[in-house]
Structures are given as structure tokens and as C-alpha cells.
Design a protein around this ligand. Structure first.
Ligand SMILES: [Ca+2]
Ligand SMILES: [Ca+2]
Length: 100
């Protein structure tokens, strides 16, 4: 979806960007992180590896790769919104970012 606008899904690599999304949005939201290429290896939409230091961004027990079919990362209620790995076909809002 973002690729069609020459942009990519918003990354939440630092806590400030994470808090921004927590504050601004309501409801499920796709963020720019996934393990579509290699299961269990999370990569940001800009190609950088997820360093694991931000695991408190995830909901308790997540990411769980439920049904071995959850390879995209969304931000979900309840407040404070946190990350969950989810099935990529689901429809959530997306926030794109573009480097100018
Ligand atoms: Ca997965
Ligand atoms: Ca999950």
C-alpha cells in the first residue's frame, strides 16, 4: 500500500515515534515491521533489523506467531496501544512515511 506512494510503513524504532502513534491513533494500525522473509527475524520497513531492545513495545505474550501465520506487526488496543504480530491479510489503518 505504501509502496504505491513511493513510501514505506511507519517504523517505530525509537520510543518517541512509538509514543506518537500511541497518542494519535485509535484502533488497529499496521506498522513497518515484519518477519515475512525469515520467521522470527523481524525487520523494519527500511531494512534495519529489529534489535530486540524494544520488546516492551509488544503486548504481553507477543509476538506469538499464532497459527504460524502472523508475520506482520500491528499496534493494538487496549490502551496503552502496543504491538502484536498479526495475519498480514487483515485490514487495519496504515501510516506511511517518506524520506524527502
Ligand atoms: Ca511471524
Ligand atoms: Ca500475535
Amino acid at each position: 500500500m505504501c509502496a504505491s506512494m513511493e513510501s514505506r510503513l511507519f517504523t517505530v524504532k525509537d520510543i518517541d515515534r512509538f509514543h506518537l502513534l500511541q497518542t494519535v491513533f485509535r484502533g488497529g494500525l499496521w506498522v513497518g515491521l515484519d518477519d515475512m522473509v525469515t520467521k522470527g527475524v523481524y525487520v523494519w520497513s527500511d531494512g534495519q533489523l529489529f534489535d530486540g531492545n524494544t520488546t516492551d513495545m509488544f503486548l504481553p505474550g507477543e509476538p506469538n506467531d499464532y497459527g504460524r501465520a502472523e508475520d506482520c506487526i500491528s499496534m493494538q488496543p487496549p490502551k496503552p496501544y502496543k504491538l502484536n504480530d498479526d495475519a498480514c491479510y487483515k485490514k487495519f489503518h496504515s501510516v506511511c512515511e517518506k524520506t524527502m
